[in-house]
Design a protein around this ligand. Structure first.
Ligand code: GMT
Length: 378
């Protein structure tokens, strides 16, 4: 391990969502390694958990002034970043998302009285959605170009960033990671008994129910499965498509087979009791929930959008198909659920892939290397 301890400011969206999870877990693991971590966020990151002497939280309190039509989150954040960096003598501001966070960090840097480096991690939506918005495109490009180092969570996201924004900036790939001390396969528990009292197969989907998640595909795939074998579908999360999904479930007479669990903060225990995860997204720069499922021994059937094929080894640890191919997804799901041997081998392959290729230790080490390299650069 490197000797020097760093002082790192981390900014992310602290509410539920993969980018917030990665930023928080990274901060926790860096703190465990002796670095001092300062979260500069609009609320306490939801996965922060228990007290750690190396972790500090600086709230960004956005005031609502009646003279302004919109609350000035970006300016308040930039100002708070500068304040914390000056007070704590931060070495690095590591921001998650180019807009607005890289822009806020750039602004803050102008107000910081000592040299500081900006690391920006791209998670997807800022590129794959906002990158198409002409009013923001130049701003995103600027945020990326002004960062001292830029990382992205998959090769596919790097490719899309270069293509969409027409930039040459070098972007380092650092895959998302999973902490296998938390996400591991547990023996059968009361939870399994509760949802599968008669030996039903258990399928799960977790998302923020945005249209890109194609939750109706999830239900269509499940409908094809449940016609052939006893099964239950657990749906975790909330979002714009939730009520449409509820209607769809009712219209298709699937009520007694589908369980809506709403938002859940800790899914590791539930995940480890599942037989299969469905993630047929239209866009997915990485798919952190799929990695968490794999680490718990749950094979994933997904679309081949974005970075999903980099995570799921088609035919070994799960299956990926073009977006919308619900027939093929249902066929593969049925095949796996009805073949115990194959399911066991996919489950083991998932755990191996998650814990070797995407281990927290490995990825946190890469982030650390990037921090140290950046600090020695002019
Ligand atoms: O998937 C979302 O809508 C949430 C979004 C976020 O900001 O947390 O997720 C993005 O970042 C995650 C962490 O890197 C990735 O695992 C997700 O694939 C990515 N989502 C999309 O690209 C749609």
């Amino acid at each position: 391990m490197t000797e020097k301890r760093l002082k790192i400011g981390i900014t992310c969206y602290p509410t539920l969502g993969g980018s917030g999870v990665i930023a928080t877990e990274l901060g926790k693991l860096l703190a465990e390694k002796g670095h001092q971590v300062h979260f500069i966020t609009s609320s306490m990151p939801f996965r922060l958990g228990k007290y750690h002497p190396n972790i500090f939280f600086h709230e960004v309190e956005v005031n609502h002034y009646s003279v302004f039509r919109y609350p000035p989150y970006d300016l308040t954040l930039a100002s708070r970043m500068a304040q914390v960096a000056n007070m704590e003598k931060l070495d690095i501001l590591h921001v998650h998302y180019a807009v607005p966070h890289a822009i806020c960090a750039f602004l803050a840097k102008q107000m910081i009285h000592h040299p500081i480096k900006i690391i920006t991690t791209l998670h997807g939506t800022d590129i794959t959605v906002l990158g198409y918005d002409d009013t923001l495109k130049d701003m995103i490009r600027f945020g990326i170009e002004q960062s001292d180092r830029v990382t992205a969570v998959s090769d596919e996201l790097i490719k899309q960033t270069h293509e969409l924004l027409n930039i040459n900036k070098e972007i380092d790939k650092i895959y998302n990671f999973v902490d296998s001390r938390v996400y591991f396969k547990r023996d059968s528990t009361d939870l399994r008994e509760r949802y599968s009292p008669n030996g039903e197969k258990l399928l799960i989907h977790i998302s923020n129910f945005r249209p890109v998640k194609r939750v109706t595909d999830v239900v269509q795939i499940f409908r094809k499965i449940v016609h052939k074998l006893p099964a239950k579908l657990l749906l975790i999360g909330e979002g714009p498509e939730l009520s449409r999904t509820c209607e769809w479930v009712q219209e298709n007479g699937l009520n007694e087979h589908v369980v809506f669990l709403g938002k859940q903060e800790d899914v590791s225990e539930i995940l480890s009791q599942m037989d299969l995860m469905l993630l047929p997204s239209e866009k997915e720069s990485f798919g952190l929930v799929a990695l968490e499922a794999m680490s718990c021994g749950v094979p994933v059937i997904a679309s081949n959008a974005g970075g999903l094929p980099e995570l799921i080894d088609h035919g070994q640890s799960g299956f990926t198909y073009p977006v919308g191919e619900v027939e093929a997804m249902a066929e593969s799901a049925l095949g796996l659920l009805m073949n115990e041997e194959q399911h066991k081998s996919f489950s083991q392959a998932s755990i191996k892939r998650a814990t070797t290729m995407f281990s927290a230790d490995k990825m946190v080490g890469i982030y650390e290397d990037i921090y140290f390299q950046t600090l020695t650069e002019q």
